[in-house]
Write a protein that binds this ligand. Structure first.
Ligand code: ASP
Length: 586
């Protein structure tokens, strides 16, 4: 670091504001940044906080200077110790200040719409409208710089694992992820459209045919879906694909990248990632995105109530959730819980407070008097409940029961996603199809190119919903980070899967002809994965909304408050594109 007060011709400053320390005392420095707080001491002495991304330093300015909040200035001065009693322990530069300051205004500024200090509570629309001011705030600086570090760690991890970074087109054909796509009108081919890629899925599979056997990209993906805390129209994924690799190898490539990123993002390398089958995740946690930071597994009571006379429990599945110490819940809290269960599709929710009389456990519930003594004993044994616990029970069809209790589990025991500890889990062996569409045709759970589990190949036609896929998700603290699969590289299996989905040869050719065509020219076995970098960084940054780790995000309604997008385009441009807007249907 140069100590010369005159910066070299290549630089406007000799160091950054946040780096000035007691070791620099006596040195001449030149700093650049924005004016933060200003405090006057009489007419001819002012204390200015000078801020750049690295921090702030106090500058003592004599004489009159016409600078106000957020002016951009260059200050040359001498580093001096602060007078006794004025040291600020909260600042890394708190032992020093700049004396003999010469202030050069590089640019004046209007008063900012809100304080650049993180402590000022600013409402979100104002932050997004003036994002460039918001980005100056320490929180956004920290988050975006963390993101850059995570990206760099991911790139390093992929490079070390011999992956080749390749960019794929943004103007592309529809891809099969199943979300609504953004369409881009073509000027040269009026009436025709490009699709913005939901992911580089088909492009990366073509790269496998092209012999790039380990590809990756930090890829922008675009999906025209409703926005929420963990979803924006545009998001960024680490997208990868490899040939001649087993599912375990692919997961281990991803695990390395994620653990490296976590180490950089949180300072701690997580223990290895757990693995759980999809069937277990649903059975024990009621979801394919289990949050393993807390136990509260679903408890199966189907056996206990197999021959029950209790109407509420005569269903194919009876499952329970035990809330430790939950018996203190009031009647109105329990009513709310029942309403919540109903809003999730339950016919009802039975609750039982566990009591003890002279050491013998009992149940306090409107339903208790209908239970036989064996049922009560079986219930207490299976739930391993103790005095003061609350047990809630849902009886219904299997998947619905699991999903209702899975949601209640998170309602009752969950915590914000970004709160540690970080619990990663691979969920494997997803079903190939996830239910059926309106016409009774199986729908792909991941996408139509996912390879069925080798043991289940002969059931594609006879019992498609029971076929497992070679697909896998990575979950962190109850958020799905990403998913991937081994792909179908054989035309015969692809044709059978398409047929099961009701996609005939003609439709397959029209939608994915270019991929199927390429597959006839030597497609290697391959598979891949993609995980959301926005979500990962948000969690590392302690943020519960991915907007906080995106420089220019959209609002919940998809607007960009800064630029005003989306907006109408001039009539001439519409004409050039061959487009006419129809009035909005009312
Ligand atoms: N393209 C998939 C997705 O974006 C991930 C993959 O299968 O590689 O979800």
């Amino acid at each position: 670091m140069t100590t010369d007060a005159n910066p070299t011709p290549l630089s406007m400053r000799t160091m950054r504001c946040g780096d000035v320390r007691a070791t620099n005392i006596g040195q001449q420095v030149v700093l650049c940044g924005w004016v933060g707080k200003r405090r006057e001491h009489g007419e001819h002495l002012a204390f200015l906080d000078l801020r750049d991304y690295s921090g702030i330093v106090q500058c003592v300015v004599e004489g009159t200077v016409d600078v106000r909040s957020e002016y951009v200035v260059q200050i040359a001065g001498t580093v001096a110790a602060r007078p006794e009693g004025t040291v600020n322990d909260h600042l890394l530069t708190g032992e020093v200040e700049l004396h003999d300051c010469v202030v050069t205004v590089l640019n004046a500024a209007e008063p900012p719409p809100f304080g650049v200090d993180d402590r000022a509570d600013v409402d979100e629309p104002a932050r997004l409208k003036h994002r460039y001011v918001d980005l100056r705030r320490p929180r956004m600086q920290k988050n975006l710089r963390l993101r850059a570090k995570v990206n760099a760690a991911i790139r390093r991890a992929m490079d070390v694992q011999d992956f080749c970074e390749i960019e794929t087109p943004l103007l592309w054909a529809p891809t099969p992820e199943g979300s609504r796509e953004f369409a881009v009108p073509s000027r040269l081919h009026q009436g025709q459209f490009y699709a913005l890629p939901q992911s580089p899925q088909l492009a990366k599979q073509l790269l496998m045919v092209g012999g790039f056997d380990r590809y990756y990209q930090i890829a922008r993906c675009l999906r025209d879906e409703d926005l929420r805390a963990d979803r924006q129209f545009e998001f960024t994924q680490l997208d990868l694909e490899c040939s001649f690799a087993t599912e375990q190898e692919i997961r281990s490539f991803v695990t390395t990248a994620v653990l490296d990123a976590a180490e950089v993002g949180t300072g701690v390398r997580p223990e290895e990632v757990a693995t759980m089958t999809w069937a277990d995740a649903i059975d024990l946690y009621g979801t394919d995105k289990p949050d393993l930071r807390f136990e509260m597994r679903l408890i199966d009571l189907s056996e206990v109530f197999a021959n029950t006379e209790v109407k509420a429990f005569s269903a194919s599945t009876v499952k329970a959730l035990k809330v430790d110490g939950g018996a203190t819940m009031s009647r109105s809290q329990l009513d709310n819980l029942v309403d919540r269960a109903k809003s999730l599709g339950a016919k009802g929710l039975a609750w039982f407070k566990v009591t003890a009389t002279e050491g013998t456990l009992g149940l306090d519930s409107p339903l208790d008097r209908f239970l036989t003594s064996e049922e009560r004993a079986g219930f207490l044994a299976a739930t391993e409940a103790s005095e003061g616990d609350l047990v809630v029970v849902v009886a219904d069809e299997y998947r619905l029961t699991c999903s209702i209790l899975g949601t209640l589990r998170v309602d009752l025991g969950g915590k914000p996603v970004s709160e540690g500890p970080y619990k990663y889990v691979w969920v494997i062996d997803f079903p190939l199809f996830d239910g059926v569409d309106n016409e009774g045709r199986p729908e792909a759970a991941h996408h139509a190119f996912t390879m069925p589990h080798p043991e289940d190949l002969d059931r594609i036609e006879s019992d498609p919903l029971s076929v497992r896929a070679q697909s896998y998700d990575l979950v962190l603290n109850g958020w799905e980070l990403g998913s991937g699969s081994i792909r179908i590289h054989r035309a015969d299996i692809q044709a059978r899967v398409f047929a099961a989905m009701g996609i005939d040869g003609e439709e397959a050719e029209a939608r994915f002809g270019f991929l199927l065509g390429a597959f006839r020219f030597g497609a290697p076995p391959h598979g891949g994965f993609a995980f959301g970098i926005d979500r990962l960084v948000a969690i590392f940054a302690g943020e519960n909304n991915i907007r906080e780790v995106i420089a220019f995000p959209k609002t919940q309604s998809g607007s960009d408050l800064l630029t005003g997008a989306p907006s109408a385009i001039p009539a001439t441009q519409m004409a050039e594109l061959g487009i006419r807007a129809v009035p909005k249907a009312t």
